[in-house]
Design a protein around this ligand. Sequence first.
Ligand code: ADP
Ligand code: ZN
Ligand code: ZN
Length: 818
Amino acid sequence: MQYFVNVILPIPLEKLFTYSVSESEAGILLPGIRVAVPFGKSKIYTGLVHEVHNRPPTVYEAKEIHQILDDIPLVTKIQLQHWQWIADYYMCTIGEVFRTAVPSAFLLESETLILRNKTAEIDESDLKDDEFLVFEALEHQPVLRVQEISAIIDRKNVLPVLERLMHKKIINLKEEVYEQYKPKLIRYVQLGAEYNTEEALEALLKTLSRAPKQSQVILSLFQLQAVTKKPVKVTDLETESGASKAIIKSLIDKNILDEYLIRTDRVNYEPTINTSDIKALNEYQQNALQDIQKNFSENKPTLLHGITSSGKTEVYVKLIEDCIGSGKQALYLLPEIALTAQLIGRLQEYFGEKVSVYHSKYSIHERVEVWNNVLQNRPKAQIILGARSALFMPFTDLGLIIVDEEHESSFKQYDPAPRYHARDAAIILSNMFGGNVLLGSATPSVESFYNVSQDKYGYASIDRRYGNVLLPDMELVGIKEQTRKKRMKGHFSERLLQEITEALHIGEQIILFQNRRGFAPIVECTTCGHSPQCPNCDVSLTFHQYKNQLRCHYCGHHTAVQQSCMACGSPTLDTKGFGTEQVQQELQKLYPDVNVGRMDLDTTRGKHGYEKIITSFENQELDILVGTQMLTKGLDFRNVGLVGIMNADTLLNFPDYRAHERSFQLLTQVAGRAGRTQKRGKVIIQSYNPYHQILKQVTTSDYVGMYNEQLYEREQYKYPPINRIIKVTFKHKDYNKLNEAAEWFTKSLRNIFRENVLGPEYPPVARIRNQYLKHVLVKIPKTQSLKKTKQGIKRIEASFNAISAYRSVRVIYNVDHI
Ligand code: ADP
Ligand code: ZN
Ligand code: ZN
């Protein structure tokens, strides 16, 4: 009898690959166990066993696997089912899902770059011989390819050794280009080692008797130790003894005190923190909870529609408590950017160590740890908090999924495949577990609200802010006239300035929203009209004043700003439009004594830049915060009295069928940051077109009005949620080839789907990183089978790929494109 395994490789292959295994290997192998396998001429991949069987492949000779990498499955049966659903639904391969789903540390392959983990403490005696060889090689050369390591230790099966080293945290992967998570260090003190005997201590106190302040420090240290029975923080000692920093420092310098640092996680609270009781819900929250529970008893996904600051989080907390009380796991999904220390802290206060965070900014080692904790169903990871990719954790008994801010488009992965929507994939996953899903939002997506109206989802709502705080007072300010009459100060209307001055006067903080970063999106020569373009993309370069640079927001290309026009040489360069940088600068001129912070992609890039800005705004070190849509995501600031929207028009004029829905959501969410405690907040919206329907709906909080109008339009133009859409994108560096190929494909689509095919069309930015793009939209009416539609498209793709001239054109599917 021959034995074979079908293996999922982390690459876009339509079919699974078959390898041969020995009888004893076949006895150990199970679906979900990883194996190292050869592929192509010289590649090694980590693959995942999908099936063990006795059927030899018909068209090729099965190669042998190199090695088995796990004792028990790393991936569960339900995960494999879920991946298959994602691959089928989103028209990609299960290999692509595999690559996205597991931490990269589980995917070592011949091309992976390996580094020493500099932060690890290493006990060389702990290393086996082969591990030591790798360790030593990395001492001499900072980066090595897996293949090279294989040559160095003269062995084909190098992945198991590297797995072990990974486990011991001795090596890291090079692709960890993003920031390693830097723990915050806290200073502690204890009595110097010399004074550990009673005599020495007595002698010390005697010598210090002439220095009362210093002896007070020593006494306070004893007191603190006696009371708390814990290490003493320098800051606590300062408070307790009333001594200055200088005095404590001099004691440290004299070795009387011994200073040491302990890392505490900023994000992971200290374990000693007192967990507090879950808050009692008010009557509105209680009603919503009951409605949710009623729907849950029928296993119906439910939408919680609760206005900003209505206390949705507290309702989630209750549901999580119930879920883990019955021993099941809970998953809390939210947009990456809303995953703040604020929220993590709030949950950890209630659930202590049961909360684990799965975050792309964490090190691979931490991600592996969370994965294993979930797989083992350890209490430590009973509640998982994370962005969309946390959906891929190996849950064994998932009782509840919460999708917070469910309307956020960042739940949809855009690139690379799988282009899945985490909300929709969550509903499928939950179904597989027989669990429940709650979608929460103050501004639900039109889809979800439609699903409620179709009775596919249950519904619960809270239409009052917690503590009965009123929704902010919103005022629309038309700026057309004022601009014409030159009565604007920079980009500020008189009304907005009045309100800013007033808010500052009474000590309230202010948020100003402008949906563009940089100083100005366009630089233009007033003589000849030329404006500098990105050489790699069809888009104007954005002017960033701080670095005096022109930058492309699509590919990152940048150049220094020229003094005169590149085309005609005139020094008549001017800017058009404005971004956050300009708003900040104008404010600084108008209010020189006020601290203005900025939150956009440029200021949050650094180490925990985002966290830092939020913290300093929270601590009221900043009076005004200017930012892009990063500001909107579920932040709960206590002292914001005023929110200003610099220009609502750029949002409304965005060329997309969702622009109005998005504007409503964004503006409502930003406005919701104002006046979250006692006093009613104020919102000023500046616009050239203050009579725009959407703006009216925002100011009157008319969600249903917005919904009905949008639904009507979507019905008219056959867009979701009434119809489904698949966007097909063609990509190639040769403009003519792309055009021809896209035409060919579209013609074939039109043969089957007739008037439901739109395009091909260039997107607003038709070339990115030197690749031209063209889109085709296939609309799928309710009555048409989605599955058959996809099959039809796939068949066309097969004929398309048979034409050699088109083979190099990339075809990308985006199902339910948003
Ligand atoms: P949302 O997520 O709906 O915007 P939050 O959950 O952030 O609202 O709640 C807003 C504020 O009200 C928070 O500071 C929260 O602590 C407080 N809050 C909400 N519900 C309660 C409650 N039942 N008891 C005490 N405080 C509450
Ligand atoms: Zn010019
Ligand atoms: Zn570019």
